[in-house]
Design a protein around this ligand. Structure first.
Ligand code: PLP
Length: 370
């Protein structure tokens, strides 16, 4: 069946029940409701459709007609990451040990879902991981492996390197990098599908732009892929313009985008290392969740921006802080600077006079303040 009727605008509040037919569910080994009930035992709640909030106040500040915010902060683990990991747990081999490299939200979501599904989890973390995250990970039974960056190391994140080694040794990549485990993108798409459905149900005009904060790139890769399928099914007429947002302090995707100008997508894919280059220094930013050394899933992100007439945006530390503070004050959502970085990108575009008065803009509040 194709056409809008194939897209579940309404239905079950659990994204993996509602959008099951749009996902690659043939390989799911365990029951969605069973895993969800186990997640609820571990974290006090299961996965449900997250709120879509409109902020007339922030729309006025941006000088646009409407601003929509998809609020992911109430998810188990406090971020959107559970969407990626819930999907992986459904299809992971029974008994396989899991591993992930992360310093925050992804590790927490991974530890919750791993515990719920009865798998052991190794987490490769940097020494600067916040103490309360470390404590919670321990409480969830994760095996924490600290990876120190040493002089003479090759460029790139040592946590990611150790994680890749373990994957080569046979552990299951329970991660939020589509470059290592492409299935992580499958569940991540539920966020975009919910957004499409909620706008439809609200009778709202289509959004003209969406701004997505990018660290490793899986969130935006999943958003691009989700919107593409929604369009193929007739659920949206055309894509909004897509903008990746990074911290001006650390912008590997934006640098790759610039190096790639004038090249075809095939050329980027054939020689990725010529365009995407991992950093050799530890980057700093108030948006600490998007400081991945490299944007692992950069190719689908670049393609999505090119195809939608979008482009990436750098947000200064001042704007990232302002977006967090204004985002919190205007909505009452306990969002972090990383979580509000998409709004920071919109603020940067507004300051440059890029946003039209009649625009309908969407951002994702992806993570709670810790
Ligand atoms: C709250 C939050 N938002 C956005 C991101 C970015 O997601 P991705 O790494 O998939 O680009 C992260 C990544 O850790 C995050 O923790």
């Amino acid at each position: 069946m194709t056409g809008p009727s194939a897209f579940p605008f309404n239905g079950d509040a659990h994204p993996f029940v509602r959008f099951r037919e749009l996902m690659d569910h043939a390989q799911w080994r365990i029951d969605v409701r069973g895993l969800d009930a186990a997640v609820a035992i571990v974290d006090g709640k299961g996965l449900r459709e997250t709120p879509l909030v409109e902020s007339p106040e922030l729309a006025t500040e941006l000088g646009v007609a409407r601003l929509w915010i998809k609020d992911e902060t109430g998810n188990p683990g406090g971020s959107h990451k559970i969407r990626h990991l819930f999907g992986l747990a459904l299809r992971a081999p029974a008994e396989a040990p899991f591993a992930i490299a992360s310093c925050g939200n992804a590790a927490l979501a991974a530890a919750i879902v791993a515990k719920a599904s009865g798998h052991g989890l190794e987490v490769f973390v940097p020494p600067q991981m916040p103490a309360q995250v470390r404590k919670r990970l321990r409480g969830l039974g994760a095996d924490i492996v600290e990876c120190v960056r040493s002089e003479g190391d090759p460029p790139g994140d040592p946590c990611y390197r150790r994680f890749r080694e373990r994957v080569r040794e046979g552990v299951y990549p329970f991660c939020c990098q589509g470059s290592v485990n492409p299935w992580t993108i499958d569940g991540g798409r539920t966020l975009a599908w919910e957004l499409v459905a909620q706008l439809h149900v609200a009778g709202a005009a289509p959004i003209t732009r969406i701004l997505v904060q990018v660290g490793g790139g899986a969130l935006m890769s999943a958003t691009v892929n989700g919107l593409r399928l929604a369009q193929e099914l007739g659920a949206i007429d055309r894509w909004p313009r897509l903008h990746a947002v990074q911290a001006a302090q650390h912008q590997p995707l934006i640098e790759a985008w610039q190096r790639g100008e004038g090249h075809f997508m095939d050329q980027l894919a054939d020689a990725p290392g010529d365009f995407m280059r991992p950093t050799a220094v530890v980057p700093q930013s108030v948006a600490s969740g998007i400081l991945d050394d490299e944007t692992y899933d950069w190719l689908p992100v670049v393609r999505g921006m090119r195809e939608s007439d979008g482009f990436p945006v750098a947000a200064t530390e001042e704007t990232l802080t302002h977006a967090r503070d204004r985002g919190r004050a205007a909505t009452g959502i306990d969002v972090s600077a990383t979580g509000a970085a998409g709004l920071a990108g919109a603020m940067e575009l507004a300051a440059r006079g890029e946003l039209g008065r009649d625009e309908h803009v969407a951002v994702l509040f992806t993570g709670v303040e810790r």
